[in-house]
Design a protein around this ligand. Structure first.
Ligand code: 4FV
Length: 251
């Protein structure tokens, strides 16, 4: 898939393709990442693309004309693409959105700066996304977050295809705890079940741990899930253990 990022700081955004899974995705041809400098469409010798917000008050706004020209140029460059604007006013970005966007042939990501972009550009925007309820200085880091989360979902990118499927949130739950060598570290041993070679027991333990973490840390996620019979049974076990003070981790 092709992703083009419209930004005032291309050199920042381009860093994301130099490391980790985005780099692998680009090297394996699963993703093409390009940037487009909004200032190239300023139409003035100061290369300014922002102006004061109407109605008074502090802050500058990215103007409609340069942004529209950049969007049009991006579409001409990468072909069919969903236009996505990053801002705190957007829908909350999550793993489900990463999965949806990873299926698109192309994305054009608009990085806001200042107070945001002129509202008259809204009809050209297919989707507005927020990476969280906080205010950054620009949309570049959110764009890089989205690029990274998509890259690892693209076919042929993760070494073990199952990894993406078993990630946190892939089944709507938080991930289970992980352990690695040594088996005993400063007197603390890895849970026996993980050393048992009993794959059914390991799968069950991991599912139960993910359910417990989700219940204790992010119960809101449980509201959005339709748990199956096994998950409900494990959840009942967890609640009983919590009520009677047992730690299910050692099972
Ligand atoms: C943001 C977010 C974000 C707000 C002012 C850029 C900044 C400036 N984008 N999720 N949270 N954007 O804070 O996506 O326009």
């Amino acid at each position: 898939m092709k992703i083009e990022v419209l930004t005032l700081f291309p050199e920042l955004v381009e860093q994301v393709a130099k490391f980790g899974m985005p780099r692998v995705a680009v090297e394996r041809g699963a993703m093409q990442l390009s940037t487009r400098q909004l200032r190239d469409y300023s139409g003035n010798r100061w290369r300014r693309v922002d102006e004061r917000t109407f109605g008074g008050g502090p802050g500058m706004v990215i103007q409609a004309e340069p942004l529209t020209q950049a969007i049009e140029a991006a579409k001409a460059s990468i072909g069919p693409a969903k236009v996505v604007s990053l801002s705190p006013q957007g829908e909350r970005f999550d793993q489900r959105w990463a999965e949806r966007l990873s299926a698109e042939p192309g994305l054009i990501l608009i990085c806001g700066r200042y107070e945001g972009i002129d509202e008259r550009v809204a009809p050209q925007i297919d989707l507005e996304l927020s990476v969280g309820d906080f205010v950054l200085s620009g949309g570049e880091l959110p764009a890089m977050v989205i690029v990274d989360s998509i890259a690892r979902l693209l076919p042929g990118v993760l070494g073990h295809e199952a990894s993406a499927a078993s990630d946190s949130f892939s089944n709507g739950l938080l991930d289970h705890p992980h352990y690695s060598r040594p088996e005993v570290w400063r007197g603390e041993a890895v849970p026996e079940v993980l050393m048992s070679g009993d794959h059914a027991a390991i799968r069950r333990w991991r599912l139960k741990q993910g359910l417990e973490r989700t219940l204790l840390r992010r119960p809101d996620l449980l509201n959005e899930l339709k748990l199956d019979a096994e998950q409900l049974k494990l959840l009942r076990e967890i609640v009983n253990e919590q009520l009677h003070g047992q730690d299910g981790r050692s099972e």
